[in-house]
Ligand binder design. Structure first.
Ligand code: MYA
Length: 359
């Protein structure tokens, strides 16, 4: 899915930009593309495959779907690497932007999943796209938060005049970890403790996203990126850790401490970005599960109509979740031109960032 033709200038930008402390005056989002992974895997199917283990451990069969709220997630076809999916999303975003690819000055890949430990996924995507030799390319790794970090780094380079156009990409592939987790949990010696520790791995989904950002004068109809705030709580850096085939999560403490950090970061956004809950039109939240979304909504007193949920169909797609949720909210008309949109990201570590755009 690619998005939006730039058709009208942004009507709501000037008055309130004057009021607030903007970090970026010259940065816009020119295009955004989201690609769904085509192979649908339901929670019912995963639970069916895990039935012998769940029965033996006395875990109710509907737990995964009922408690997490995740009905399905996507997988890529076998053999599709993260760099392939990221390239696909990037091609869509470049086409939508209509940008000459030789003018892209930096490519940032933010995927958790990767083809190899080295080289970087960014350089595989750079090569696939045939970007210019002058185009800087690198990965940013920060768990589920990296796409927001990528946007912020790109924005700094654009604002400083170092590059005109930046491309941020992300692609996640949850098939390997889901398959490996199911196989492991079916082993005869597995106890409830291990099942609980690996439960979160079953909520992961696949997908890809790409965004072109540039200097405002190059895309006057673009969507303003205003800035972000971030907070860290790295005393909790072992609550969720993983490899391509195994992730271990303390789901309860992660939820509690994640919410505390989100509250702290939201307070920073009130202070630095001038946020008032009722004045923001849409909240694009990192998609973890029903429990996380409902708790955050209650805590920050967010209007449920202002939160677009993609986890029921797509699961937790890591750093791709925020750009994909934004793309889908735009496509559905939930985010309209001129809307003030809060991007709320959180990642294992724990790190939390919140950014504002004016669509
Ligand atoms: S890291 C990935 C993290 N992903 C997850 O943790 C997803 C899975 N977790 C969940 O869906 C919830 O936490 C669950 C608990 C459902 C687990 N294994 O009242 P409860 C049973 C098996 O305690 P809740 C990332 O994305 C329990 O026995 N079963 O449930 C980045 C009970 O069963 P029963 C389990 O606390 C960082 C039932 O569930 C487990 O509401 C994200 C209900 O129990 C388990 N491990 O949910 C940071 N645990 O009914 C966090 C419980 O039969 C962000 N059960 O007695 C937080 C803020 C959100 C966004 C912020 C944006 C800025």
């Amino acid at each position: 899915m690619t998005l939006f033709k730039n058709s009208r200038p942004n009507p709501r930008l000037p008055p309130y930009l004057i009021r607030k402390r903007m970090q970026f005056k010259n940065v816009v989002i020119q295009s955004l593309a989201a690609v769904d992974a085509p192979v649908v895997m339901s929670s019912a199917e995963i639970s069916k495959r895990l039935q012998p283990a769940m029965e033996r451990l006395g875990i109710r069969p509907d737990l995964l779907e009922e408690i997490s709220g995740i009905k399905t997630r996507g997988f890529w076809e076998n053999g599709i690497q993260p760099s392939d999916a990221a390239t696909l999303a990037a091609e869509n975003a470049i086409e939508e932007a209509g940008v000459d690819r030789d003018k892209i000055g930096v490519l940032i890949n933010t995927s958790v999943c990767r083809d190899y430990l080295e080289p970087s996924t960014a350089c595989l995507v750079h090569g696939n796209l045939g970007l210019h030799e002058r185009c800087l390319n690198f990965d940013i790794g920060n768990a589920c938060l990296a796409f927001l970090n990528g946007m912020d780094v790109a924005a700094r380079m654009i604002e400083r005049g170092e590059v005109e156009f930046a491309l941020i990409v992300d692609a996640e592939s949850s098939r390997p970890i889901t398959e490996a987790t199911i196989e492991r949990l079916l082993q005869p010696g597995v106890e409830e403790e291990q099942f609980r520790a690996e439960f979160a791995s079953l909520t992961l989904g696949s997908g890809a996203a790409a965004m072109v950002m540039c200097r405002r004068e190059l895309a006057p109809m673009g969507h303003s990126y205003l800035g972000s705030v971030t907070r860290a709580a790295t005393q909790f850096n072992k609550l969720c850790y993983g490899q391509m085939d195994r992730m271990v999560t303390d789901t309860r403490v992660l939820l509690t401490e994640g919410l505390k950090l989100a509250t702290k970061t939201f307070a920073a956004a009130r202070e630095k970005l001038g946020w008032v809950v009722s004045e923001l039109d849409q909240f694009i939240i990192h998609q973890v599960s029903k429990a996380h979304t409902d708790s955050l909504m209650k805590l920050l007193k967010l209007d449920p109509d202002k939160i677009h949920r993609i986890y029921p169909d797509l699961g937790n797609i890591g750093p791709a979740a925020v750009p994909i949720a934004l793309a889908k909210a735009v496509a559905l008309g939930k985010v309209k031109r001129g809307d003030r949109v809060a991007l709320l990201g959180i990642g294992s570590g724990l790190n939390c960032s919140m950014a504002e755009i004016v669509w």
